[in-house]
Design a protein around this ligand. Structure first.
Ligand code: GRF
Length: 213
């Protein structure tokens, strides 16, 4: 079973979706930079070893990144999944996991990088929003895109209602892409995504109104 690790900073709902999907791999650890992350208890309930690398305990960002990278490597993962992990990682850290570290971002990148993506989408009056799974590169939220899931923005949407609609799609999309990676259907080659997953599995990632199903 291919070993992988999941990094969280908070509730870990994407982590839970990944664990629920029973991926073709072994989750060796859930690692958080925040000791108070409620996702740690969730991971423990699934029997997954947990570890806290508290960024407050380090004198510098680089020292934290080094300790975190060493901890991750101790599990010899073939895949590192950032799931609500709220730290900006150094180029040196990212380089250690190039081609085997994914992130899910709550917008249709390259639109709305950074934080408060749903507020950005509402402010821009976009009619379609969603989430993106991408390889992690030094460019913040700029790595090569593997897959996206789109949702409509409704006239009466609030930041909260839109966030909930996107999060539901994150929980569908991320496990699907993680499975593709663990089954050798997704690779990063010369900075470009090569995905051999059947289109059908991509289409099913895009929500259809109930009447079309
Ligand atoms: C959510 O805003 C999600 O859209 C983004 O990270 C935040 C926390 O996610 N990916 P999680 O519930 O901790 O997985």
């Amino acid at each position: 079973m291919k070993p992988y690790v999941i990094l969280i900073s908070g509730q870990g709902s994407n982590m839970q979706a990944l664990l629920e999907d029973q991926l073709p791999g072994q989750c060796r650890a859930v690692i958080s930079n925040r000791p108070e992350a409620s996702g740690l208890a969730t991971a423990a309930a699934y029997g997954i070893p947990t570890k806290v690398i508290d960024h407050h305990a380090f004198a510098s960002r680089d020292a934290f990144d080094m300790a975190l990278a060493d901890e991750i490597e101790s599990y010899t993962p073939q895949l590192v999944l950032l799931a609500g992990f709220m730290r900006i990682l150094s180029d040196a850290f990212v380089a250690r996991f190039s081609g085997r570290m994914l992130n899910i971002h709550p917008s249709l990148l390259p639109a709305f990088p950074g934080i408060k993506t749903h507020a950005q989408a509402l402010a821009a009056s976009v009619k379609t929003h969603g989430c993106t799974v991408h390889f992690v590169t030094p460019a913040l939220d700029g790595g090569p895109i593997i897959a996206q899931a789109a949702v409509p923005v409704l006239p009466d949407d609030t930041e909260e209602s839109l966030a909930a609609r996107v999060l539901a799609e994150e929980h569908r999309l991320y496990p699907r892409v993680a499975r593709w990676f663990l089954t050798g259907q997704v690779h990063l080659i010369d900075g470009r995504v090569k995905c051999t997953a059947p289109l059908a599995s991509l289409e099913s990632a895009i929500p259809r109104p109930a009447k079309d199903r």
